[in-house]
Design a protein around this ligand. Structure first.
Ligand code: MRU
Length: 345
């Protein structure tokens, strides 16, 4: 297992491993108030849908600590503003909105208690969200391991490991489990332009775990798939709609199209906290567009000419018809996705 906590709350400070500088440097970003938490999510100090959800929950803890000595109505108003502020930090990963909604409901149910008691309950809830995520990931890993054959070669995209969650990971959790149970697997990890979550973070986790793997540039994947070198593709998701359409890191959709063309099973590994039960299909999912500098520059150095315009969506939507199954903590969901996802509510 990794020896570094992605998220750690200690003495009223939230420590996040700074994923902007990994793997070259191991630094921690300390959030002392909820505004610093919002910045950490927006600036991608912390990434990955479940990790963002748990981080936001601790952002609410920090807001409650900051405002608990105010009069009750001021406290409730400031909490509402803080929750809305955190909710807007990134638009696509629904775990963020899920965690904030859970906190909102908790505050509403307990609004007649003393502020300090509400703050206590918020802290307990954040700890529950944190611990549940670990259990959920381990359950997904066990279910997912069932579809991994001995000796399988697995292709993965983006980072879905311990860094993208509280611990263990989603798709990389399944990979971890397959490796730990002696399946003798081999992994190809897409570098995942432009932010290189695969090259920087997944590669780091694979090396730490001693999982046999090779890093590839994203465009190698099609050749490997066509040549029969990939047995299964495992990716995470940032938001799954009711019909099974799944938003994930840009490039996932393209992989799913190639997988379908060459009959390679394509699985999404995502907890039920990543399912947006209010979203009918992927068409409604807001796709974050990020700064063009992520494309024109690498590590602060310009690689594209000045004056070029950039289109930089951070996610895409894989239609459910390209998905073999969605591995959740409650089991593997297959077509018909709409009916089977509805049973998870
Ligand atoms: O932009 P990021 O790095 O937050 O995107 C992360 C991903 O797309 C992951 O694949 C996703 O959150 C699912 S796995 C935890």
């Amino acid at each position: 297992m990794k020896n570094i906590n992605t998220i750690e709350f200690k003495d009223n400070i939230l420590y996040l491993i700074d994923q902007r500088v990994l793997p070259v440097k191991t630094e921690f970003f300390a959030c002392k108030d909820y505004k610093e938490v919002e910045f950490a999510i927006r600036d991608m100090v912390v990434r990955g849908a479940p990790a963002i959800g748990a981080t936001a929950a601790y952002g609410v803890v920090l807001a409650a600590n900051e405002f608990k000595n105010e009069e009750k109505d001021v406290f409730l108003k400031k909490m509402e503003e803080a929750l809305d502020f955190l909710n807007r930090s990134r638009p696509t990963a629904v775990n963020l909105m899920w965690a904030i909604k859970r906190m909102k409901e908790l505050i509403e149910e307990n609004k007649d208690l003393a502020n300090s008691e509400i703050a206590q309950k918020i802290l307990k809830e954040a700890e529950t969200i944190y611990n549940e995520d670990i259990e959920t990931n381990k359950a997904m890993a066990r279910h997912g391991n069932e579809i991994v054959e001995k000796g399988a070669t697995i292709l993965t995209h983006c980072n879905t490991g311990a860094l993208a969650t509280v611990e263990y990971g989603t798709a990389l959790g399944v990979i971890r489990e397959a490796h730990n149970t002696g399946k003798d697997i081999f992994v190809y990890a897409d570098e995942t332009r432009p932010r290189l979550q695969g090259g920087k973070l997944t590669a780091w986790e694979l090396v730490q775990e001693g999982i046999p793997a090779k890093l590839i540039v994203d465009s190698v994947a099609a050749t490997l798939i066509r040549d029969g070198k990939i047995d299964v593709i495992l990716t995470g998701a940032d938001r799954v709609a009711n019909n099974g359409d799944a938003a994930n890191k840009i490039g996932t959709f393209m992989l799913s199209v190639i997988a379908k063309a060459y009959n390679v099973p394509f699985y999404i590994v995502a907890p039920t906290t990543t399912i947006d039960f209010e979203m009918e299909s992927g068409k409604g999912i807001e796709i974050e567009e990020r700064d063009g500098e992520e494309v024109t520059h690498i590590n602060g150095n310009r690689i594209a000419p000045e004056g070029i315009e950039v289109y930089n969506p951070a996610f895409d939507v894989t239609p459910h018809e390209n998905i073999t199954g969605i591995i959740t903590e409650k089991g593997i969901i297959r077509a018909p996705f709409k009916e089977n996802i509805a049973k998870l509510k």
